[in-house]
Ligand binder design. Structure first.
Ligand SMILES: [Zn+2]
Length: 320
């Protein structure tokens, strides 16, 4: 998720619950009772802060009070593993410095994540106090939030690009480092991606801010772009290299760009116009995507991966 910024609210004050809690609850869009619980837990002690280094970047890992040492150790490994998957995809961690605030909740599992750009970059994850190592290994939320860091902020109407890239790249990045199998990713995409198809009344990606179009419509845009970029370049460059070009040009979550600028910068990085053309076709149009045909061509239709399919080489370039 990438909500509006926290304005000028001090993060430290937010964390410690020392001031302006009522206003903060409104700005954050959380219920006053949830806010009060978080505030009460945080007010009793200082957060436990440590710095993780990922290549040339620093992640300031902040534990709000309430985690056991064992969960903190497992969470540290999870943060490093997630950052490594993202850094391998983008060739570097997307930003030089970011805070990662972990807030405890009752129970187990990685719950929700939000990334803020202002006053400085912060990812906040709500995490069950009893989260197990297996649950950390299976988590996609943190990688998803870290991928958001690699894309400039866009106007709200075009959130589909942010959520689409985060949804699509999260799976690719985790599969490339072995956190999930390629077979599982293709199977899950086949199940989930139809939720991104236009429904009755759809007016194109820029005008249909439903959950399905935002997350899976955006992910479908990314898959179509990746396939086309790889086809046209004889597998030399795909969405990965195009997005690396955005980072190389200074684009990341700390700065606002237009969608047109992001996509033309990405295209230029790989000498193509695929992303801009695809955006032109999908932004104002409700035309459905032939997903069944795409799965057949990529060789993922039958539940097993088919290396005789016409675009099997493209599929392997995305995920081996
Ligand atoms: Zn998101």
């Amino acid at each position: 998720m990438n909500p509006p910024p926290l304005a000028a609210l001090s993060r430290r004050a937010l964390l410690l619950g020392l001031s302006r809690a009522g206003g903060a609850a409104l700005m954050l869009g959380v219920s006053p009772s949830a806010w009060a619980l978080e505030r009460a837990a945080a007010a009793n002690a200082q957060p436990d802060i440590e710095t993780l280094r990922v290549l040339r970047s620093r992640i300031e890992l902040q534990f709000a009070p309430g985690f056991s040492p064992a969960v903190q150790a497992a969470a540290r490994t999870w943060a490093i593993t997630s950052a490594d998957a993202v850094a391998r995809y983008f060739g570097r961690f997307p930003v030089p410095k970011v805070e990662l605030l972990l807030v405890p909740e009752a129970g187990s599992g990685v719950r929700t994540g939000v990334t803020y750009a202002e006053p400085s970059l912060l990812m906040r994850i709500r995490l069950g106090r009893d989260t197990t190592e297996a649950q950390f290994l299976d988590d996609w939320v943190l990688v998803h939030e870290m991928v958001h860091l690699a894309i400039p902020r866009v106007p709200r109407a075009q959130n589909w690009l942010h959520e689409g890239v985060a949804t699509y790249v999260e799976s690719v990045a985790r599969a490339r480092v072995g956190l999930v199998s390629a077979e599982t990713v293709w199977r899950e995409w086949a199940k989930a991606m139809p939720q991104g198809q236009p429904q009755a009344g759809d007016a194109g990606l820029d005008h249909t801010p439903t959950w399905g179009r935002t997350y899976w419509g955006g992910a479908m845009f990314c898959l179509l772009a990746d396939v086309e970029l790889l086809k046209r370049s004889q597998l030399r460059t795909g969405l990965q290299q195009a997005l690396q070009g955005v980072l190389a040009a200074g684009g990341q979550y700390g700065v606002p760009w237009t969608v047109e600028r992001i996509l033309s910068t990405a295209d230029a990085a790989v000498g193509q116009t695929v992303l801009t053309e695809l955006y032109g076709r999908m932004k104002d149009s409700a035309e459905p995507v032939d997903l069944a045909g795409l799965w057949r061509d990529l060789g993922t239709a039958g539940g097993t991966l088919d290396d005789q399919a016409p675009l099997a080489h493209v599929r392997r370039a995305i995920l081996v």
